[in-house]
Design a protein around this ligand. Structure first.
Ligand SMILES: Cc1ncc(COP(=O)(O)O)c(C=O)c1O
Length: 397
């Protein structure tokens, strides 16, 4: 060893901004993987993703371009045929006028959020979101130096924000994030409430970020797009959920003109471009030939949801958010525990069922909440419910 080289390299400096919360669900996944190795019996009701692969036509398209295309870098905002396909998809499903120029494609909607937060907000800006809500909004905004305002949303507003909540703030925030259908609650915002929020945000100079990545997955309640009311805000989309393509990393924004160039420049610097193979596969997934297969998945989620609605009360789980969409049930377990992380660990140990503790999604009430995902097969969901029914952890003390 040369004399100037010490045995222990000096630890690299770590930024203060990187001190954000981890995803606690990752701990559940790790424990579930260990249980699977030792017992081979894990039922995953903790995954926030479909249990199915990309639609067959998307996989065929991917195989085709592997042989025929260099698959090098693409335009940073995504290839034109994909932006055209996304625009057509929004026109068909939401009845809103969208052109390819409105669309910018990113590596997943997660990539879109990072670029958007950088493009739209400065350090110290206040951005409002729901509590409970998707934790990556909170954690990425915090890492970028924004102040997150958590709006306490409960059953009286379907766990969604309202204009009254914004009016109660000392000043209009720089941004408001709304997700419908939402994660973790699965609730769909009332179309009139979304329209009121969109108008209020436009009037008050608040950027409305409407996360619509679970559109296509609702069970009776209609979903509407924020762009149906105001195009001053941003709409977020992705192939991850309805299209069953989480790992392909393709998401997008519909952005108002002033944000387009900053977003393009930022994503060019941050990502160069979205994955080329994912973009080609996404074009096929957005086309008519994938529809039958994808609607089939939704029918399975609907059947699983019916099963849950029937059986949750039998398990003593009577207090849950209305599961209008996505593939989640957000349940109160306060009569069983005040430590949802330990309870989920114990449930996994007891019967091999993996649920997500609420602490990721709700910094105040999460210790008494769990999220069940019903994206798996109906047999798996049924078996998980049987095991839970037999577990002493579900028996009220
Ligand atoms: C509400 C919500 N938004 C965004 C994302 C990120 O999805 P992706 O980056 O795969 O598009 C997720 C993932 O679970 C989510 O639940």
């Amino acid at each position: 060893m040369p004399p100037e080289q010490s045995a222990q390299p000096r630890a690299a400096r770590v930024s203060a901004r990187s001190a954000v919360e981890p995803f606690h669900v990752m701990e559940v996944l790790k424990a579930a993987a260990a249980r699977q190795r030792s017992h081979g019996d894990v039922l995953m009701l903790c995954a926030g993703q479909p249990s199915t692969p990309a639609p067959a036509v998307a996989r065929e398209a991917a195989i085709g371009v592997l042989d025929s295309d260099v698959l090098g870098y693409t335009e940073s905002s995504g290839i034109l045929p994909l932006r055209e396909a996304i625009a057509a998809h929004h026109r068909e499903t939401s009845g809103i006028e969208v052109s390819p120029e409105d669309v910018i494609v990113f590596p997943g909607s997660s990539g879109a959020f990072t670029a958007l937060f950088l493009a739209a907000f400065d350090t110290g800006d206040q951005v409002a979101m729901t509590r409970p809500g998707y934790p990556a909004y909170r954690n990425s905004l915090a890492a970028l130096g924004c102040e997150v305002l958590e709006l306490d949303c409960g059953p009286d507003t379907r766990f969604q924000p309202t204009v009254a909540m914004l009016e109660a703030l000392p000043q209009p925030p720089a941004g408001l994030i709304v997700a419908s259908p939402a994660n973790p609650t699965g609730t769909v915002i009332d179309p009139d409430v979304l329209a009121d929020l969109a108008r209020w945000c436009e009037e008050h100079g608040t950027l409305l970020v409407s996360d619509e990545i679970y559109h296509g997955l609702s069970y009776g309640r209609a979903t509407t797009s924020a762009w149906a009311t105001s195009r001053a805000g941003v709409v977020v989309g992705s192939v991850s959920k309805y299209f069953s393509m989480t790992g392909w990393r393709v998401g997008w924004l519909l952005a108002p003109p002033s944000l387009r160039r900053p977003l393009e420049v930022l994503t060019g610097n941050l990502n160069i471009c979205p994955p080329a193979i994912g973009q080609h596969a996404a074009i096929a997934a957005l086309g008519p030939d994938a529809r039958g297969e994808l609607d089939g998945h939704r029918e399975r989620y609907a059947a699983n949801r019916e099963l849950l609605l029937r059986r949750l009360p039998e398990l003593g789980l009577r207090d849950y958010a209305p599961p209008d969409g996505a593939f989640y049930a957000w349940c109160d377990i306060g009569h069983l525990t005040q430590d949802s992380v330990a309870w989920c660990r114990d449930l996994l140990d007891d019967c091999g069922v993996a649920l997500t503790p609420g602490v990721d999604f709700d910094t105040v009430e999460g210790h008494r909440k769990v999220r069940l995902s019903f994206a798996g097969s109906t047999t798996e969901v049924e078996e998980a419910l049987d095991r839970m029914a037999a577990s002493p952890l579900l028996q009220s003390p």
